[in-house]
Design a protein around this ligand. Structure first.
Ligand code: AMP
Length: 220
């Protein structure tokens, strides 16, 4: 199963991708997590990406396309993947098509996480993460022990780019650069809209959507 998750920052893509990975064994490929790991390790990629990520801007397409291409060609991703946060521009979407086509693969479903800007701003103010990328929300899904990750015990912190001013910038970039993908995938018949809700309800709807969409694409 080859899935794309797209939608505004903080819409729940990462949370749902982590659940799918845990419960169904489909690897989550989060470009945001890959960049944050590179920034922490101060690799050449991390040093190049940092100023864009901190400012809520997109990292240049050519950089992103290279790292995703390499990741998609690893053995675990050949059996299926959830792309969380990529593509984010039409150019990235076209490059993704080329990479997949070259390996005889294609996207099965592009899932659009629909959440209003007002909800996003409120939600990201309460988001906390650990350095492994496990996600909590102080209101909706708090950790069992305050300030500690349930999974690995690491301290939780607020992402630098989850501060309100940067969130507004990320939303602006999202509407301008990423929202046009909606039309592209709708025209192709692989678009599915996922409504917001509590985590387990969204997960159930996600699984139902993916099953229905892939069943309808299979030849009889
Ligand atoms: P995310 O965790 O998906 O919200 O990504 C955090 C930040 O990483 C974004 O605000 C961008 O600066 C950068 N980033 C992640 N994915 C991409 C992408 N596909 N293209 C460009 N920049 C990206």
């Amino acid at each position: 199963m080859n899935l794309i998750f797209f939608g505004p920052p903080g819409a729940g893509k990462g949370t749902q991708a982590q659940l799918l990975q845990h419960r169904e064994g489909i690897p989550q490929i989060s470009t945001g997590d890959m960049l944050r790991a590179a920034i922490r390790a101060q690799t050449p990629l991390g040093r190049r990406a940092q100023k864009f990520v901190d400012a809520g801007e997109l990292v240049p397409d050519d950089v992103m396309i290279d790292i995703v291409q390499e990741r998609l060609n690893q053995p675990d991703a050949r059996r299926g993947f959830v792309l969380d946060g990529f593509p984010r521009t039409v150019k990235q979407a076209q490059a993704l098509d080329r990479v997949l086509e070259a390996g005889g693969r294609q996207i099965d479903v592009a899932v659009y996480f629909e959440v209003s800007d007002e909800v996003i701003v409120l939600r990201l103010a309460g988001r906390r993460v650990c350095k492994q990328g496990h996600i909590y929300n102080l209101e909706a899904s708090p950790p069992k022990v305050p300030g500690r990750c349930d999974i690995d015990g690491n301290p939780l912190f607020q992402r630098e780019d989850d501060r309100e001013e940067t969130v507004r910038k990320r939303l602006e970039v999202y509407h301008r650069e990423t929202e046009p993908l909606t039309d592209l995938y709708r025209r192709r018949g692989i678009f599915a809209r996922l409504r917001d809700g509590d985590i387990e309800t969204v997960y159930r709807n996600l699984v139902a959507i993916v099953k229905a969409k892939t069943a309808s694409q299979k030849p009889d």
